[in-house]
Ligand binder design. Structure first.
Ligand code: FAD
Length: 377
């Protein structure tokens, strides 16, 4: 695959080393992690040792200080593992939760947590969604009340990835309920903080190896992250990177599904010849390959704009909408061409189809993303 004008040798080397890690350390064990409902901590530590968890973080804390194109490379290769639950466990830590600390943390907060985050010894989660507020972030109800130099949080959060096993949580709450979006702030909650509890671990259709939880805060001790009243802005800013990661992951998954399906239809025979000989099959796969390539170029383009510090909300929203839908379209047809075998649990495409479903919902539902695009047309 040609990588066009976007990449430098650093990105290419990164792609090679993540791909090698996925082949040797993920693919042989991914099914067992799906059964266990979690990715073992040692795997994340190993990724930390290899430098994969600090690509975007500052060199002074042990990171690599790279740009959004490195996020795209990491996410695409993790997606190609075919284990979406593993990929999202890592990407929430690297590209959805810990960037909150990088963007808004004080020097002291950064020094305290960043080296451990990069090493994979401190795993992070981001908690915005609530039982009554998902797409509509401004209607969250978790309340933050000042308590001396610290804060107390009361409320609950829903669908939080890494919710059970994280060590550090970046939590959105209302510090001034009368001030609309300007009354939302971000807070840091440590695992074990008084008043904090994991409500329940949630049972999901896919992403089985990713832990997802409901969190409960009952006068929970928390520390302010960044400026008071700037939480909504921080969440929207971080969404940009998050959506590039989710889009790139979807492209990696789609490419892998096409690869598996091409292998299958070239060997599986029906009516005296391989399925590949049927024009309807190969043209459908050719069109999907074209769409995946288009999606990939859009992801890279958005990541390159982000790397240049340019406003790319329109492009990133297109990425999330397009890739979130595309991965479902690809999985549907790839499963179809696997026939009955595609419906069997032993076939990777069955798991990949379940994993894909959430990608048009989480991190910004397609309809919400299209509204962002429409506003900018
Ligand atoms: C497996 C999983 C992991 C998650 N991980 C996290 C996490 O780590 N942290 C976190 O904070 N959140 C997380 N989420 C939450 C996720 O981001 C939300 O589910 C998502 O934003 C949608 O919110 P909702 O579920 O409340 O749906 P709602 O906001 O209730 O929307 C329901 C549906 O209505 C439609 N809709 C919504 N708004 C509009 C609109 N304006 N116009 C037209 N149609 C619309 C969409 O089809 C949408 O899917 C996770 C969710 C899942 C399922």
């Amino acid at each position: 695959m040609a990588d066009g004008p976007y990449f430098e040798d650093t990105h290419r080397l990164l792609r090679e080393s993540v791909s090698r890690f996925v082949a040797n350390e993920v693919v042989p064990h991914g099914a067992a992690w799906e059964e266990a409902g979690r990715v073992p901590r040692e795997v994340l530590r190993k990724m930390g040792e290899l430098g994969f968890l600090g690509l975007r973080h500052a060199e002074e804390h042990g990171g690599a200080g790279l740009d959004a194109l490195s996020t795209a490379v990491l996410a695409e290769e993790l997606g190609r593992s075919s284990f979406g639950g593993f990929a999202v466990t890592v990407l929430v830590h690297t590209d959805m939760a810990s960037p909150h600390l990088r963007h808004a943390g004080s020097a002291e907060q950064m020094k305290r947590w960043m080296p451990e985050i990069i090493a994979g010894k401190c795993i992070t989660a981001v908690a915005v969604t609530e039982p009554d507020a998902g797409s509509d972030v401004r209607s969250i109800r978790t309340r933050a009340v000042r308590d001396g130099a610290r804060w107390k949080l009361t409320g609950s959060k829903m669908f939080i990835t890494n919710g059970v096993h994280a060590d550090l949580y970046f939590v959105a709450a209302k510090s001034d309920p009368a001030a609309g979006t300007k009354g939302i702030s971000m807070f840091i909650v440590e695992k074990g903080a008084p008043g904090f509890a994991v409500g329940r671990s949630l049972d999901k259709m896919g992403w089985r190896s990713s832990d997802t939880a409901e969190l409960v805060f009952d006068g929970c001790e928390a520390e302010l992250l960044g400026e008071e009243g700037r939480g909504f802005y921080s969440i929207m800013r971080n969404f940009q990177n998050e959506r590039i990661a989710i889009g790139a992951m979807a492209i990696g998954e789609s490419a892998k599904a096409l690869e598996l399906t091409l292998d299958y239809v070239k060997t599986r025979k029906a009516f005296g010849a391989p399925l590949w000989d049927k024009q309807a099959v190969r043209q459908r796969l050719a069109m999907l390959a074209a769409k995946v390539e288009a999606g990939r170029q859009l992801v890279w383009h958005a990541a390159a704009l982000d790397a240049e510090g340019r406003d790319c909300v329109r492009e990133v929203s297109m990425v999330k909408a397009y890739c979130g839908e595309l991965v479902n379209e690809v999985m549907y047809d790839c499963l179809q061409f696997h026939g009955g075998m595609g419906y069997m649990r032993e076939s990777p495409i069955e798991r990949m189809t379940r994993d894909a479903r959430v990608q048009s919902i989480g991190g910004g539902a397609t309809e919400v993303m299209l509204e962002e695009v429409a506003k900018r047309l």
